[in-house]
Design a protein around this ligand. Sequence first.
Ligand code: ZN
Length: 234
Amino acid sequence: LLQSPGANIWIDPGPGTLANLQRHITLESLTAIWISHVHADHFSDILIAWYALAEARRAAPIPVFGPLGWERRVKSFFDPRPDDFLEDVFSVEHLEDGHNVALGGISLTSRQVEHDVPTFGLRASAGTEVVAYSGDSRRCPAQAELARNADVFLCEAYATAPGSAAHEWHMTPEDASAIADQAMVRRLVLTHLSPTMSPQAALARAGRAGALPPIVATDGLVILSDGTYDEDIR
Ligand SMILES: [Zn+2]
């Protein structure tokens, strides 16, 4: 959940995120949804959200930004249904490299990154405050551009070893740290860790000098725009 006084934007509706989202906001107050890519671990909860939102009878469909054809993947789960049932709930928007949209005081810029399916990373800014998100990606030039001088850089670190099969399409903690240094990021937040890598190991490997120490994303973690954080108060 990317939140400002004027916007509630659900970034990557992966499994479990709908439940967590509703700890913070009602679905009726959702401004938009943004999908980095259509691997199931990044968007499957949109199926469940469709049911909830179809009942909520909002005045206007919620804009959903995602790679070309994201809507076909979602619709395939609901077959057979009328052609426009999805559009009653979601307005279909497609991302391209450099796509920009302003929503309730938050400006979202999407950049194509390098993964085994079309994938985007995100740079979100509100005033002078910047939050960047890697999407799933191997290390690529767009990452440092997304993260340049960001207050918070949420970066995947799924690959456990350089040269491993996972490293072809994902980053190691060292990659994440190197991008954060290059981009002069204030706070690096590691996410999407392999089940075989402990948070402690990931943090040790991503250690940076002269910056706020990296942290690992956990359920309910709240990060303020200055890079400070606290565990969620439920
Ligand atoms: Zn992926």
